[in-house]
Design a binder for this molecule. Sequence first.
Ligand code: SAM
Length: 211
Amino acid sequence: MSSDQRARVLAEHDVSRETAAALDIYVEQLARWQNVKNLVGPATLTEVWHRHVADALQLLALAPEAKTWVDLGSGAGIPGLILAISGRVRSGLKIHLIESNARKCAFLTETARLTGAPVTVHNARIESVVSSLTGADIVCARALAPLSQLLAWTEPLLKTGTTGLFPKGRDAAAELTEADREWTFARDLIPSRTDSQARIVRVTSLSRVDP
Ligand SMILES: C[S@@+](CC[C@H](N)C(=O)[O-])C[C@H]1O[C@@H](n2cnc3c(N)ncnc32)[C@H](O)[C@@H]1O
């Protein structure tokens, strides 16, 4: 991992020294657990600041007032745990991390404890807990499922006022076309700051297309 990359990401996102220290703990933990638990694609570890930290931080800037977040399929905490570490000084911030894999949940719980990140880790399947989280300001998910599946999982939230922020790669347009067959929703396509081909799809006001 290059220290240039770290410095660039911290400067671009105006990260305080305290938050940088907490993000360092996250990166160290990721490397330590990766040796035995294989949490992220091994090739991405050398670019963790750009591929994972910066990719997550750009979401926080899109919803600066949001207090309650839900991150689906958190894996190694991307984006949810990184957001919680970075926003932990914001009063009232709470991020729910939903992850079905127990060893990933152990990583999330331990790293949240070490960094003071305000998270609740749900070692559960999305479909069994998401309905209990209505009222959240934001629901997000990276690298989990096509948009139509994300909308199906998050329907209870997105039809009751929650905003969806879904980072997508170059297939965003095709995923929107597919989702439009079943769903009606307002959307913005926000250019990603980490990949010129990628988009963050912001979704509000979801309802099912009338049969
Ligand atoms: C490809 S990984 C992506 C992890 C992370 N969001 C990222 O961007 O690196 C997808 C994660 O979602 C979890 N997952 C998949 N289906 C799930 C479900 N129905 N409920 C909860 N977690 C799920 C998997 O265990 C895995 O950790």
